[in-house]
Ligand binder design. Structure first.
Ligand SMILES: [Cu+2]
Length: 362
């Protein structure tokens, strides 16, 4: 209701301003009432073109200077560098072309502004010019597209080479659950129809499948550094998207099917915390947080960097908060952590209908 009222007020204010402008115009006694632009109008518009050119350059420089720090830090996955180079080259080309064409566009707009007595030149076509401005974009775009396709197929080549760790990412409104394939490194069959909340079989694992017994279901993702991880994504309800920005990884999670993504983490969480960009971001965030703390506002605890898995599809009301912490650590730390987690057999199969089954799932 409030929104409707605000909209109505805005519309009425707009109408009032419009009417007032009309009254103002009518009250002006003009010597010249012609609607046709004269030389002085064209001159003014020509200068305004230059003013606009300066404005777009200024806002570009301002944005680079002010918001450049919000870009992602160095990639923490093996394929990330290639992905970033592709992005950088695309940006540089777009930036270069846009800077030059905008200058030309505005300059010629000014140069050939209307002048009394000037006649437009009839210039039908020029094959040579058309060839040049067609072939250059064709070559550049074809290069970018081919390079992009090559990068895409290399990144998306999910295979079993190099003994990858197999991990399932399970999405549901509004949280993530991860499942490790266990000792056998094979995920047991699962289906949303087999979910049994009473037994805490929250991912719908097939209790009769021997591969499922050693699977480990957790609420925090731990990955050993330097080992390839093959992710298999499932969704329980709607479209979600598993987004791990620091690893330059994103894949949709689609109900009824299993999607895949694979990457190798190259920096542990501890190493990434030493990255200058990350340090700067932590410092800036904690400055804001300490201000909040001083004012007694919430969300004011000091923040420490962690890798993160986010949902990148607007999947409902609490979509913004659908996230899971990712810890990249050494092989020894990872082995120690995984050994402390209960397997599906320990937490669900051998518990029967007991309520304590929930304790096994962290
Ligand atoms: Cu989601």
């Amino acid at each position: 209701m409030t929104t409707v009222l605000i909209l109505a007020v805005l519309v009425l204010v707009a109408i009032a301003i419009w009417q007032m402008t009309k009254i103002f115009e009518l009250s002006q006694l003009k010597a010249e009432t012609s609607q046709i632009a004269n030389d002085s109008d064209n001159q003014t518009n020509g200068y305004l073109l230059f003013a606009f050119l300066i404005f777009i350059y200024a806002i570009t420089i301002f944005s680079f200077y002010n918001y450049g720090k919000f870009l992602l830090p160095e990639a923490a996955s093996a394929h990330g560098d290639e992905y970033d180079s592709l992005m950088l080259v695309s940006f540089v080309i777009i930036f270069f072309v846009q800077t030059i064409t905008q200058a030309l566009l505005h300059y010629f707009g000014y140069k050939y502004r209307g002048k009394k007595g000037n006649k437009a030149l009839f210039y039908a076509d020029n094959d040579k010019l058309e060839f040049i401005w067609t072939i250059i974009p064709v070559v550049v775009l074809a290069g970018l597209i081919l390079w992009g396709l090559y990068t895409w197929t290399t990144i998306m080549d999910v295979n079993d080479e190099d003994d990858p760790l197999v991990v399932e990412l399970y999405a549901q409104q509004f949280g993530w659950t991860a499942r490790y394939a266990g000792e056998d490194n094979v995920l047991g069959d699962a289906n949303v129809r087999m979910i049994d909340i009473n037994k805490a079989n929250i991912l719908g694992l097939d209790e009769g499948d021997s591969y499922a017994a050693d699977d480990v279901v957790v609420k925090e993702l731990h990955l050993p550094v330097g080992r390839k991880v093959n992710f298999k994504m499932r969704s329980q309800d709607v479209l979600h998207s598993a987004y791990m920005p620091h690893f330059r990884a994103q894949m949709n999670c689609v109900p009824g099917m299993i999607t895949e993504f694979s990457f190798t983490p190259i920096y542990t969480t501890a190493e990434m915390r030493q990255n200058p960009d990350i340090k700067d971001k932590v410092r800036r965030t904690n400055e804001i947080r300490s201000e909040r703390a001083a004012n007694g506002e919430p969300n004011s605890d000091p923040w420490e960097f962690d890798y993160i898995l986010l949902c990148n599809k607007i999947c409902g009301k609490s979509h913004y908060n659908m996230q899971m912490k990712i810890v990249v650590e050494t092989q020894e730390e990872y082995e120690k952590w995984i050994a402390d987690q209960g397997t599906f057999a320990e937490t669900v199969l051998n518990q029967g209908d007991s309520d304590t089954a929930m304790n096994g799932v962290q």
